[in-house]
Ligand binder design. Structure first.
Ligand SMILES: [Zn+2]
Length: 169
């Protein structure tokens, strides 16, 4: 698990579709909790940065062409300063306090890509807006969770096959 992986997943999965309705858990009181959980400022400006970053990272994971450009804008004036020790370099993140959480999420996203290439994916259910980091050995996980999307999609595929079979007979 990379540093801030929990923050990354919490951010990516903060816009679930519940019973067909897109929801946003970064709004209102749950958004305040999110900020507090990850040591944020809780300001409205911070919320805007977090929203922006979520959109950027969703687009990047879904392979949208303009994602890198939007991400660079979101990370404007964010730097890593080397802290040199006998053991090597530690990188200290410097940015505006309201951009701290979103910048940490972006760094975690990049580290996951490096450490586990191809393993960060959107759930294969098109009606779902959740993401997963597949750490299974075969690396074939498709669903945010087997209990929800996995079973639902399997049931749907089964129903489709049955329908196909009936149509043919
Ligand atoms: Zn899902």
């Amino acid at each position: 698990m990379v540093q801030d992986e929990d923050l990354l997943l919490a951010l990516l999965n903060s816009a679930p579709i519940i019973e067909g309705t897109p929801t946003d858990t970064l709004a209102g009181a749950t958004g305040e909790k999110f900020s507090a959980r990850f040591g944020g400022t809780g300001s409205a400006a911070e919320r805007t940065q977090i929203w922006k970053m979520r959109g950027c990272l969703h687009d990047a994971i879904r392979g949208r062409d303009d994602a890198p450009q939007h991400l660079s804008l979101a990370l404007y004036e964010t730097v890593l300063i080397p802290k040199v020790t006998q053991q090597g370099l530690n990188w200290e993140l410097r940015t505006h306090p309201d951009k701290m959480i979103s910048a940490r999420a972006a760094i975690a996203w990049s580290r996951v890509l490096e450490e586990a290439p191809g393993r960060l994916r959107a759930c294969a259910n098109d009606d779902c807006n959740l993401f997963l980091i597949d750490r299974s050995r075969p690396g074939t996980a498709k669903w945010c969770s087997m209990a929800t999307c996995g079973n639902r999609m399997k049931a749907r595929a089964h129903a489709n096959r049955k329908r196909g079979a009936t149509a043919q007979s």
